[in-house]
Write a protein that binds this ligand. Structure first.
Ligand SMILES: Nc1ncnc2c1ncn2[C@@H]1O[C@H](COP(=O)(O)OP(=O)(O)OP(=O)(O)O)[C@@H](O)[C@H]1O
Ligand SMILES: O=P(O)(O)OC[C@H]1O[C@](O)(CO)[C@@H](O)[C@@H]1O
Ligand SMILES: [Mg+2]
Length: 466
């Protein structure tokens, strides 16, 4: 059967195996809750597996059941690796801010203390810096009282930072404080850091569980349906599109231009544009576009303004980098510092309308940090709590070098080596981008007409649905 081409990288069963610290010698205080539970559509038993693929064609491509790639399910275990009465836990939040960081800190602390009876939870400050003595940042005790109400505000009560730290120094600190389980709340970079810490601990024979909780507004961690905070961030971004739409519609020849975060993945731009359907064009790093010439962005915009009286363009920061001077700049974590595509488009749109003598009222909005500093919305608050619970269960059972996630509705353990092996990006031939084309009515290709015929699936003109 060859209904679908194989995915670019289909992980093997071996790549999906999680690392465990050893046999589980202790009964869990949550064991009573699990008595008699079996896998149902609402629950996955601890000895069952969650399938990676969910189409008949993908499953049929495998030899047999034993060969099917699958994740270890998340959730409480009957038996634990750590004795909860003696365990010491640490929490660190790293990388850019993200809605829900405080919800995760609170939920980790509550689950550890109230359900497992853990007596000592330490918060390390300012990201991985808090684990390196030369920064002089002593950890803070996290208690039921100290985490009370912290989810009301954005940011992280522990602070965050970028910049790589030496895993040897980090593990020295963990051992000095007697930390048995470390929760690393962060994005792809943080997970790379977490993996190095887990590997360093293992090389020393130190039984330290390192468990990740996937935070990033870019939603670029693969094998995790959505990172927490993403939904709150795109809801905030949709407000910027709403403002641009109102401004554009209320001025003669109004053009609203909104630049959103998203260095390499255009998820925020896509979801925000779908959430507020005022956008006429969405530009993302994954889909190249021509700026000038017939059918290019500027040509399309002139036509939209002529036909409709106004237009709204949403651009992700990583789009159109080929039109900017190449930058070799990196931030402290080694992430590329990109050129400002928003300012470039603002200037090029203004020039183009001026050159043609056409009226233009352009409003440029760059909401920037405003979208990631908001508190988590109700959806994300729930999601943060459930990810945190899953992370605590995994750590207490001795799982390490994993990041917890939700895959096809089930909570699972994703081995960090797999989670950092690729970047989650918007597939130009996937249904999210198709939905964006349908919602905006933008042509599938912003550029000169192709000499070659379009692929069959592009022959139908995109229909504007709203
Ligand atoms: N390869 C790596 N090895 C060790 N540590 C790393 C590595 N890459 C990044 N880190 C560390 O992880 C932390 C966070 O990384 P980064 O700044 O890239 O943010 P992130 O976790 O990807 O989150 P976001 O993308 O949401 O901002 C930093 O302290 C960074 O130095
Ligand atoms: O200016 P900072 O804090 O490095 O953050 C900017 C970057 O962080 C991200 O939001 C990811 O957290 C990127 O989309 C963005 O480019
Ligand atoms: Mg990142």
């Amino acid at each position: 059967m060859d209904l679908v081409p194989p995915p670019e990288h289909s992980p093997t069963r071996a790549e999906l195996e999680v690392t465990t610290l050893g046999p589980r010698a202790y009964g869990s205080p949550l064991a009573g809750l699990l008595a008699g539970r079996r896998t149902t559509e609402h629950y996955v038993a601890e000895d069952d597996r969650v399938l990676l693929d969910d189409t008949v064609s993908a499953l049929a491509a495998h030899e047999g059941l034993a060969d099917l790639p699958s994740f270890e399910p998340g959730g409480p275990r009957r038996r634990l690796f750590f004795d909860p009465r003696t365990v010491r836990a640490g929490i660190v939040t790293c990388g850019g801010l993200c809605p829900g960081l405080n919800d995760v800190i609170r939920a980790l602390t509550l689950e550890l203390t109230t359900h497992y009876g853990v007596r000592r939870v330490l918060g390390f400050r300012d990201g991985f810096r808090g684990l390196v003595p030369r920064y002089g940042l002593s950890p803070v005790a996290l208690t039921l009282e100290s985490v009370s109400g912290i989810g009301e505000s954005g940011g992280s009560v522990l602070g965050s930072s970028r910049g790589e730290q030496d895993p040897e120094e980090v593990v020295d600190t963990l051992q000095r404080w007697g930390i048995d389980v470390l929760f690393v709340v962060g994005g792809d970079g943080s997970m790379r850091g977490a993996l190095r810490i887990a590997e360093c601990a293992r090389s020393r024979g130190a039984a330290i569980a390192v468990v990740g909780v996937p935070k990033t507004i870019d939603n670029d961690i693969p094998f995790i349906e959505q990172s927490f905070g993403f939904q709150s961030a795109y809801a905030a971004a949709a407000e910027a599109i709403r403002a641009a739409h109102v401004e554009a519609r209320s001025a003669p020849a109004g053009v609203g231009l909104v630049k959103l975060m998203g260095r390499h993945s255009g998820f925020i731009a896509c979801y925000a544009a779908l959430a507020h359907r005022g956008a006429d064009v969405v530009l993302i790093p994954e889909v190249p576009f021509a700026l000038d010439g017939e059918g290019g962005l500027l040509d399309h915009l002139h036509r939209r303004v002529r036909d409709q009286g106004h237009a709204v363009v949403v651009v992700a920061e990583g789009a159109g980098q080929e039109y900017l001077p190449a930058s070799r700049q990196r931030d402290a974590s080694g992430n590329a510092k990109l050129g400002d595509v928003g300012v470039l488009l603002r200037d090029r749109i203004q020039e183009s309308f001026a050159r043609k003598g056409e009226e233009l009222n352009l409003r440029y909005i760059d909401p920037s940090y405003a979208i990631r500093s908001v508190p988590a919305n109700a959806y994300d608050s729930v999601y943060c709590m459930r990810l945190a619970h899953t992370a605590v269960h995994a750590a207490m059972a001795g799982r390490t070098a994993i990041v917890v996630g939700r895959w096809r509705g089930r909570f699972v353990h994703v081995p960090i080596p797999l989670a950092v092996s690729a970047r989650n990006t918007v597939a130009p031939d996937g249904d999210l981008w198709l939905a964006v084309l349908e919602a905006t009515g933008q042509p599938p290709r912003l550029g000169p007409p192709l000499l070659e015929p379009l692929p069959a699936q592009w022959n139908t003109p995109a229909v504007r649905t709203a």
